[in-house]
Design a protein around this ligand. Structure first.
Ligand code: IMP
Ligand code: MG
Length: 179
């Protein structure tokens, strides 16, 4: 696994520090609001489990799972494979994501949850790759862990062909690993 990594972009230590920093801000933001923290599977799981323990207020955990609409992959159309199970109407909702890349998933998730009438809806993403943004997507995440260059990254939940999610850091894959 490690042999396929060209270089470490974000070390375990750097991620840990940033998650702690964001945790302090989110703890202030959500004091007394009993938020529902919604993770978008599967890439978010590692970030989610670290982040949620730094949000030191009463809150509820929930998850969504999206899929590309089969057969029409090229259109990038998404469907909800698993919806949230908590009723979020009039609740304060925080979306946790692994990466804001072209923006398709986050834009879709945001609209989907907004339609359920939350009291507030904010976004916290570990990574932001602004160079990849699709024209027309104007969402601004409220909290960004790290802004990264336009390179394909794996680890800390992020995958290539469902592998590498269990690396403890975020690394750039060697081109040879892309076969
Ligand atoms: P979107 O392009 O912003 O809709 O991102 C869709 C999904 O693609 C993300 O939630 C990630 O799971 C995945 N993704 C985007 N960029 C990367 C990357 O550099 N490495 C691994 N997965 C990525
Ligand atoms: Mg993925």
């Amino acid at each position: 696994m490690e042999k396929d990594i060209q270089r470490i972009l974000l070390s375990e230590e750097a991620i840990r520090r940033r998650v702690e920093e964001m945790g302090k801000l989110l703890t202030e933001e959500y004091a007394g609001k009993d938020p529902v923290v919604v993770g978008v599977l599967k890439g978010v799981v590692v970030f989610y489990s670290d982040m949620i323990r730094q949000i030191k207020v009463p809150c509820q955990m929930d998850f969504m799972w999206l899929s590309s609409y089969s057969g029409t992959n090229s259109t990038g159309e998404l469907i909800v494979r698993r919806d949230v199970s908590v009723d979020i109407k009039d609740r304060h909702v925080l979306i946790l994501e692994d990466i804001y890349d072209t923006g398709t998933s986050l834009d879709f998730t945001y609209r989907h949850l907004m339609a359920k009438g939350p009291a507030s809806l904010k976004i916290c993403t570990l990574l932001d790759k602004p160079e990849r943004r699709k024209p027309g997507i104007t969402l601004k995440p409220d909290y960004v862990g790290f802004t990264i260059p336009n390179e394909f990254v794996v680890g800390y939940g992020l995958d290539y062909n469902e592998h590498f999610r269990n690396l403890p850091y975020v690394g750039v894959l060697k081109p040879e690993a892309y076969q």
